[in-house]
Design a protein around this ligand. Structure first.
Ligand code: FEO
Length: 162
């Protein structure tokens, strides 16, 4: 049985992951209109991954005897200045998510909830990858952003994501 403080925090993170999905889907829609279809595809797949993260919290809450409480998901913004602007924000967003996961882990340690600490280990590891991916694409855009041909090459590469 989960303590109330842990249950509330897990539900909050479930909402945060679904918001991440919404945000990346909105970024994908923006990239479709640029149009940079490869960036759009990468972000659309990232939105799916964030939904899967949310569902991991959904499943854990149920398995651990808690209650899932779905609440309103905030609307993300819809306009960016460029794909460079988009990926600066993806990286900043992932750093915020890492801080949320670390905060959850701090709470699980404080509450001596060993099962939740073990469960959160997957997310701690995942966030290292999430930040690395976002920062790599951000750096590539910075290197290539001013050269249209190079940006199209990067768009082509990102479009290969499966
Ligand atoms: Fe669910 Fe991108 O972290």
């Amino acid at each position: 049985m989960l303590k109330k403080s842990i249950e509330d925090a897990l539900n909050k993170q479930l909402n945060a992951e679904l918001y991440s999905s919404y945000l990346y889907l909105s970024m994908s829609a923006y990239c479709e209109t640029v149009p940079l279809k490869g960036f759009a595809k990468w972000l659309r797949m990232q939105a799916e991954e964030e939904k899967a993260h949310g569902m991991k919290f959904f499943d854990y809450l149920i398995e651990a005897g808690g209650t899932v409480k779905l609440v309103k998901i905030d609307a993300p913004k819809t306009e960016w200045k460029s794909v460079g602007d988009v990926f600066n924000q993806v990286y900043e967003h992932e750093k915020k998510v890492t801080a949320l996961i670390n905060g959850l882990m701090d709470l699980a340690i404080k509450e001596k909830d060993y099962a939740t600490q073990n469960y959160l280990g997957w997310f701690v590891k995942e966030q290292v990858e999430e930040e690395a991916n976002a920062s790599e694409i951000q750096a590539q855009i910075k290197m290539m952003g001013d050269i249209v041909g190079h940006l199209f090459w990067l768009d082509h590469e990102l479009g290969k994501r499966k």
